[in-house]
Design a protein. Structure first.
Length: 149
């Protein structure tokens, strides 16, 4: 299932992330793609708020993985620096788990990512406007439908 939606500003991004947070289940895999400054981390912050995390979620670029512990753990990864290594066996423990995983620059470790996943690619249209390309495989197909309207 593939859908595209336009987000006109950061408030709409917040609303969208809240909608996504309602679809979360243990083992949820969410892959984010998009240029620097597109809004991957901003989206994740809003998603975290939707999951009940009040701690400030910020860019994990220099740590690769940050874990927020809650009813469901949120594993926030930014694998930008793992520049196309294909697989990362250390991270797989966190990916194949009951935690919720959000992975920025997921293509860099594509071989470690299950095929059943939700992918959101964020394209910058202008300063505040974004095009979201949303793709879901398997159990994520109906989620694409729900979050895109
Ligand atoms: N509609 C929007 N959605 C997300 N971020 C937005 C939007 N409009 C403006 N921004 C700004 O764009 C920047 C996105 O940065 P960030 O989330 O760190 O991007 P990335 O993680 O993709 O590099 C932030 O400064 C944010 O305030
Ligand atoms: Mg980021």
């Amino acid at each position: 299932m593939y859908k595209e939606i336009i987000i006109k500003d950061i408030t709409e991004m917040n609303e969208f992330a809240l909608k996504v947070s309602k679809e979360i289940f243990p083992g949820f895999i969410l892959c984010l793609e998009g240029d620097l400054g597109a809004g991957k981390t901003t989206f994740t912050k809003f998603l975290g708020l939707g999951m009940g995390f009040t701690d400030n979620i910020n860019s994990p670029t220099f740590t690769i993985l940050k874990i927020y512990e809650g009813e469901l753990n949120l594993n926030h990864m930014d694998v930008y620096r793992l520049n196309g290594i294909g697989a990362d066996y250390d991270l797989e423990e966190y990916i194949y788990s009951d935690d919720v995983c959000v992975i920025e620059w997921y293509k860099n470790i594509i071989e470690s990512i299950p095929e059943e996943r939700l992918v959101i690619e964020i394209e910058i249209i202008d300063e505040t406007k974004r095009l979201l390309k949303i793709e879901g495989v398997g159990k994520y197909e109906k989620i694409v439908q729900k979050i895109s309207n």
